[in-house]
Write a protein that binds this ligand. Structure first.
Ligand code: KG4
Ligand code: ZN
Length: 328
């Protein structure tokens, strides 16, 4: 049985996890930086990098202690090498390099998006390739065909904002604070999703791409009109976003007739309304639907360690670079 230490530091979550090849999360710790960034209404890269630098080493020590495992017992050290906020990525990757060098353990540099893309396989051993993936987070909004580890074909992306970004901006406009997605979902529970007429950008387009900038502007206009309750705007926004996602997926899936599994991953996959709509869409197409548990959807190190398990045998050079941009 193999055991991998995973390190994630590409945005505002410092995370460390030990995962084994039997899909057990042996130990994990996650430190959120929400409190540090909240006064600024968004993630401040410099603050994020400093927080990772302060927290990461003691967290690695803590995870190993929780599991009663020595670093030398790990078969590899997997760290996010991008894409993300470069200061934070460097903290995690350089830490992993130092540990790999000191213990003569293989280093595996992981693409953060691959971590999300493979996370459903950590949660559920019956998910096999190929599958269609909706990857929706704060920085990314893509539809991919996943044929195997490292075999990814991107069918759709966003021409402006990511879906999580649209949730975050809507939350900011409505005064819900940061982070926005969960706050919008909570407020939408007590709102009327049909109360505010909002656009569904790109719906009806023959290409499966996304756009959310127009929706965000419409949310701002609706709020400034003072005609609507914030809960109604939140619910109407969420419904418009869900309608966009299901329409875009329908177009993309039409080009993947041989794929019978639909998977959602990334932070927005934690949203129950989004999950339910996707489950319905999959059922209508006689496809299987899978979504990792919400804790595996938002940024975490278990998915990075798992990607390391999927890539065991890889041994990246110690001069491998941290990458702010790194398309899958
Ligand atoms: O994957 P993630 O943790 O970090 C990135 O790689 O971006 O995703 C964070 C994003 C944020 O935009 C956050 O608002 C959104 O996921 N999010 C949600 C929910 N939980 C997190 N959006 C809508 N509903 C949620 N429940
Ligand atoms: Zn992420």
């Amino acid at each position: 049985m193999a055991l991998v230490l995973g390190i994630e530091s590409s945005c505002d979550e410092t995370a460390v996890a030990l995962v084994d090849s039997q899909r057990r999360i042996v130990a994990q710790r996650i430190a959120s930086q929400d409190a540090e960034h909240a006064p600024f209404g968004g993630v401040v890269p410099e603050i994020a990098a400093r927080a990772h630098a302060e927290r990461l080493a003691p967290m690695i020590e803590g995870v190993l202690a929780d599991a009663g495992i020595a670093l030398a017992d790990c078969d590899a050290i997997a760290a996010t090498a991008g894409p993300g906020l470069i200061g934070g990525v460097m903290v995690g990757l350089v830490s992993a390099k130092a540990l790999a060098m000191a213990t003569d353990t293989p280093l595996i540099a992981i693409n953060h998006l691959e971590g999300h893309a493979l996370s459903p396989r950590l949660a559920d051993e019956t998910i096999e390739f190929p599958y269609a993936l909706l990857l929706v987070s704060g920085g990314h909004c893509q539809i991919l065909r996943i044929d195997g580890v490292g075999q990814y074909r991107r069918l759709a992306t966003t021409i402006d904002d990511a879906l999580g970004e649209a949730f975050d901006k809507t939350a900011k406009i409505l005064g819900f604070g940061f982070p926005g997605g969960p706050a919008v979902e909570r407020k939408a529970l007590v709102g009327n999703a049909a109360a505010v007429p909002l656009p569904r950008p790109m719906v009806g387009s023959g290409e499966p791409h996304f756009s959310f900038a127009g929706l965000k502007s419409a949310v701002l206009r609706a709020h400034e009109s003072r005609q609507y309750a914030v809960a109604d705007i939140a619910a109407s926004f969420q419904q418009a976003a869900v309608d966009c996602v299901t329409d875009r997926l329908r177009i993309a899936l039409a080009g993947m007739e041989d794929v019978d599994t639909l998977v959602v991953a990334g932070g927005v996959a934690a949203n129950t309304v989004v999950r339910n709509a996707l489950e319905q869409l999959a059922a209508n197409r006689a496809m299987r639907f899978a979504a990792p548990p919400p804790k595996l959807c938002t940024d975490n190190a278990a998915m990075i360690a798992w990607a390391g398990i999927e890539r065991l045998g890889q041994n990246d050079p110690l001069d491998i670079a941290a990458r702010p941009r790194w398309p899958l």
